[in-house]
Design a protein around this ligand. Sequence first.
Ligand code: ZN
Length: 106
Amino acid sequence: MPFLSSTSSVAEDYNEMDFQFVQYVPIEDAPAYIKVNDNLVTFDLPLTRLAEFLSCKELSNLAIMHRVTIRRKDNMKVLSSKFEGHECKVCPKYVSLFMACNADGI
Ligand SMILES: [Zn+2]
């Protein structure tokens, strides 16, 4: 995984893991989440990749957060395309939290 930005106790096994998106959190909050659940790992995903995991509403919130201009009628595809090549001051302050699951879903 090229976007692994930090390691936790499960990171060595990540090739055999599936990851489930949990939350997009401020980078300074991430250790607190990982402390209570060591199956969590952080990824520094480009927003276009992150968009694949979000609902339309979450994507809209993300757009607002990053001052990306959207219109109410924009659909998922349009919304996620707005993050193409996006960079701003907010980007490096947030990471995506993922839950590591075994490949068989346990
Ligand atoms: Zn941004």
